[in-house]
Ligand binder design. Structure first.
Ligand code: NIG
Ligand code: FE
Length: 421
């Protein structure tokens, strides 16, 4: 084996998440191997070997190969954040005091704050200003070990131009930053003021005017909708997602975040690739996800930041064979953090997922939630060399020593793109 361009050696614990290039459900979500005294070999942008030193094939390094010493460190696939609202204008620290005085997320939204406030800010800011703000966030995401991020539109809802402005910013980041950005159209993220009494009419407009434009543009892969009390009901969400499918977009749905209003049933009926949040998901909801083969994309940072100590029933989902992904939901309101390691900790401690289940949730299952499981999400020969190296002796340590950043280095497409100082 010649032409090795990057080698990671002396790895204390390597977790390749090896196995089929598909989402891991039930027991399989927790069945991943930890390999001690391991190496990873990369040729160009692809993995050629990841495993124990003893079983490594013979290889020769390129003259200019990068060699990384991972003594005492843990190596995993690059983390995948499969749910964010990355591009947005401004911030919402002005809600903190209201929250402390008992205002709920929906109280603030109904009073014209929340998403409505961010809509205004996103509209006001130029593409360059939004780009600079979002760039800081992707830098932070990468510093936590993330190599691929999903980004939704949805803060420009009442104007196609602002929705496109958000998409253009996310696309510029994809092209100019090492992180890969996967695009989701979420025009149905809130109900504009003038349609407050008739959200169905706004869904008609999205179907007739927005969807054809975004589908034709070609950059967006998914369509998402906020199926929620005081936002879009199940019937309208279903109509939108079926229309999106006709345009070649893959459905996703924010379901059961605050109230259970039938989002999981819609997810199953439209063949959504994933349903998001699911904090209030019932047994019946879990059955819909299972029968519809829908990934449960859980966002424990949001539960934590809502402050009511209610987390999605991850254990029941895994025990019923539903594949679980974990993401940040990074956004200016319900979850203003890029710290995916904190979200992993919350999944472990508050949703009782094992460290193995959590890691699968941010690697192969997150890749599957973005339709990328064939090229990303595990360190196997032929897959992309997207790799995270943590300054921690093992996976459990990362989830135990919480609230700090354990990342030592990040490799994207075979190149060192981040190093802790
Ligand atoms: O996933 N729920 C809808 N969207 C985001 C919140 C967006 C915001 O508050 O700005 C979420 O939680
Ligand atoms: Fe969200």
């Amino acid at each position: 084996m010649t032409n090795i361009s990057l080698k990671i050696e002396n790895i204390a614990e390597l977790i390749t998440v090896a196995g089929p290039d598909e989402k891991r459900c039930g027991k399989a979500q927790g069945e991943i191997e930890r390999i001690m005294d391991a190496i990873v070999l990369v040729e160009g942008e692809k993995i050629v070997y990841a495993g124990s030193v003893k079983e490594a094939p013979k290889y020769e390094l390129n003259a200019d190969a990068t060699v990384i010493d991972a003594t005492g460190k843990t190596v995993t696939p690059g983390l995948i954040d499969s749910h964010t609202h990355l591009v947005h204008g401004g911030s919402r620290e002005n809600e903190l005091n209201k929250k402390l005085h008992g205002a709920s997320y929906l109280d603030i939204l109904r009073a014209g704050g929340g998403i409505m406030y961010t809509l205004k800010k996103t509209k006001e800011m130029s593409e360059d200003e939004l780009y600079n703000q979002a760039l800081k966030s992707v830098d932070r995401l990468m510093s936590y070990g993330v190599t691929t991020v999903e980004a939704k539109t949805g803060y420009g809802i009442d104007s196609i131009e602002t929705e496109f402005k958000q998409l253009n910013v996310a696309d510029r980041i994809d092209k100019n930053h090492p992180i890969d950005v996967i695009h989701t159209f979420m025009g149905a993220h809130a109900v504009p003021e003038e349609y407050k009494e008739n959200p169905a009419k706004f869904i008609d407009i999205i179907i007739e005017e927005y969807l054809p434009r975004f589908a034709e543009d070609g950059r967006v892969k998914f369509c998402d909708v906020f199926c929620e009390d005081s936002v879009f009901n199940a019937e309208d969400s279903k109509r939108l997602l079926l229309a999106a499918k006709e345009h070649g977009l893959i459905p996703k749905i924010h379901a059961d975040e605050i109230a259970e209003i039938g989002g999981t049933k819609v997810a199953g009926e439209v063949g959504a690739i994933s349903a998001e949040h699911l904090i209030k998901c019932t047994e019946e909801g879990i059955a819909h996800l299972k029968s519809g083969d829908v990934i449960a994309n859980l966002l424990p940072g949001t539960s934590f930041n809502m402050g009511d100590h209610i987390f999605a029933p991850a254990r029941a989902m895994i025990e019923n064979g539903v594949a679980v992904a974990i993401s940040t939901d990074y956004n200016p309101g319900s979850c203003p953090t890029e710290n995916i390691q904190l979200c992993m900790y919350l999944a472990c401690l508050n949703m009782k997922m094992t460290p193995e289940e959590v890691l699968v949730g941010v690697t192969i299952n997150a890749a599957a939630a973005l339709g990328l499981e064939k090229e990303k999400g595990s360190l196997m020969p032929g897959k992309r060399a997207d790799i995270a190296i943590f300054d921690a002796p093992n996976l459990d340590y990362i989830l135990y020593h919480f609230g700090i950043n354990h990342t030592d280095k990040v490799i994207k497409d075979g190149k060192l793109v981040y190093e802790a100082v």
